[in-house]
Write a protein that binds this ligand. Structure first.
Ligand SMILES: CC(C)(COP(=O)(O)OP(=O)(O)OC[C@H]1O[C@@H](n2cnc3c(N)ncnc32)[C@H](O)[C@@H]1OP(=O)(O)O)[C@@H](O)C(=O)NCCC(=O)NCCS
Length: 132
């Protein structure tokens, strides 16, 4: 049995478009990772109240393919706050594109990974993460 519900806060929602496909006609993994990094970066910035940069991406797993027209939602959870860095666990779920003669299907998880961000100043120098 797979997961039945996304973990974390909804950060980003978009639709997979034809320009985002790979040579097989599925959505390109690099586009999926880019959306995850955008989502994680927004969450990191909000938590750190600072500019942040991505330092590492770990444990990325593409679970199922994403198709053109699927509604793509990225959820995030802060899993660790360090001195200058924070780790965000990201999950991507899709609502499959509706096809006229088929009933709509429930959302399912297609990708997950852990993204690490470092708080930086305007010169790109790391600094301590300040949390209230
Ligand atoms: C991110 C950057 C400022 C870190 O500078 P640095 O002096 O090398 O930093 P450190 O090695 O001391 O690591 C800083 C923090 O990142 C963490 N970190 C570094 N490498 C890591 C890795 N591979 N995985 C997980 N965490 C990592 C460290 O554990 C440390 O965390 P802590 O302060 O909470 O303990 C610098 O490497 C950089 O500018 N990288 C380029 C970032 C970038 O361009 N990203 C892509 C576009 S956003």
């Amino acid at each position: 049995m797979g997961d039945i519900q996304a973990e974390g806060e909804l950060i980003l929602r978009t639709q997979a478009m034809p320009a985002d496909t790979n040579a097989n006609g599925d959505i390109f993994g690099g586009w999926i990772m880019s959306q995850m990094d955008i989502a994680g970066g927004m969450m990191a910035k909000a938590v750190a109240k600072s500019r942040t940069v991505t330092v590492s991406v770990d444990g990325i797993r593409f679970i199922k393919p994403v198709h053109v027209g699927d509604i793509f939602s990225c959820y995030g959870t802060v899993s660790h706050v360090g001195n200058t860095s924070l780790k965000i666990t990201l999950e991507v779920w899709v609502e499959p594109v509706l096809r006229s003669n088929l009933p709509s299907k429930a959302s399912f998880k297609v990708c997950q990974g852990e993204f690490t961000y470092v708080a930086v100043n305007d010169n790109g120098e790391k600094h301590k993460v300040i949390r209230e």
